[in-house]
Design a protein around this ligand. Structure first.
Ligand code: 13P
Ligand code: ZN
Ligand code: NA
Length: 273
């Protein structure tokens, strides 16, 4: 099944897919072990910095082969693509889905850029996600003035043809200084205004009950990055603190297992059986 089909089915049925970023083989493996254990589908995401770190083709090949090897249904997605160029490279490398993030531009510019990407992706039969409103970047604070408005969301989706839409409803990238409060009524209004699959960015640090409620009110794709990265590195650090083991094949699996546990917990929250 294509990701477009999966997302539109899930959007109608009120279900969500977990989309988690990976950074290396170990985090990828932890995520896939979790999906396999729960027999659930997953979206594997790469940011531009991870693409630079791993190399686009190597990353895409590793992800595809890993999905096969673990027997998991999953899709490879470009997270926060900043320009048509990188989108094109990812499509050429066989990505199933791309995000074009022109959310810092004006509404009309955002429409124009996103619509072009939809046209480009169509010839690859790939899924496109865009962002309307502005989800604060790492270290920034979400401003209510940047929340997504339902009527604009409807117009944006009609004018661009995107099938997935990242919306700003009170989440932010990275951890939070104070417990976030998602605008769940606003989410419901956006969901009623447009058929696009709605994407929650910044899911790290959002309490489970709010994540559950967000899925109930129309979120179809839940993006998780910081918690995955943090879990891997914290476990690695504590494993190595009183340990001079140099066989990385003995050390890394401990951190991989902690990622698996985290992702299993998140899968239980966003896509209960
Ligand atoms: P977090 O890092 O807060 O989980 O956000 C992830 C994200 O939105 C990736 O696009
Ligand atoms: Zn994001
Ligand atoms: Na977050």
């Amino acid at each position: 099944m294509t990701l477009q089909e999966k997302l539109s089915t899930y959007s109608r049925e009120g279900k969500a897919l977990l989309a988690t970023n990976f950074y290396n083989f170990e985090t990828l493996s932890g995520v896939l072990q979790a999906a396999r254990a729960q027999n659930k589908s997953i979206i594997l995401q790469l940011s531009e910095s991870s693409l630079q770190y791993l190399g686009i083709n190597l990353a895409a090949t590793m992800a595809r082969e890993a999905l096969k090897a673990y027997g998991v249904e999953g899709w490879l997605h470009l997270d926060h693509g900043s320009a048509r160029d990188v989108v094109h490279q990812c499509l050429d490398a066989g990505f199933d889905s791309v995000m074009i993030d022109a959310s810092e531009k004006s509404f009309d510019e955002n429409v124009k850029i996103s619509r072009e990407v939809v046209k480009l992706a169509a010839s690859y039969n790939a899924n496109v996600e865009a962002e309307l409103g502005y989800v604060a970047k790492l270290g920034q604070i979400q401003q209510p003035s940047q929340y997504t408005q339902p009527d604009e969301a409807r117009r944006f989706v009609e004018e661009t043809g995107v099938s997935a839409l990242a919306i700003a409803i009170g989440s932010a990238h990275g951890f939070y200084k104070e417990t976030p409060k998602l605008q769940l009524d606003l989410l419901l209004s956006i969901h009623q205004a447009t058929p696009a699959a709605l994407v929650l960015h910044g899911s790290s640090g959002i309490p489970d009950d709010q994540l559950r409620q967000a899925v109930k009110n129309g979120i179809t794709k839940v993006n998780l990055a910081t918690e995955t990265k943090n879990m891997f590195m914290r476990t690695l650090q504590s494993t190595l603190r009183d340990n001079d083991e140099i066989d990385l094949r003995k050390v890394f699996p401990v951190a991989t297992a902690s990622v698996r546990k985290l992702i299993e917990e998140k899968l239980e929250v966003v896509s209960p059986r």
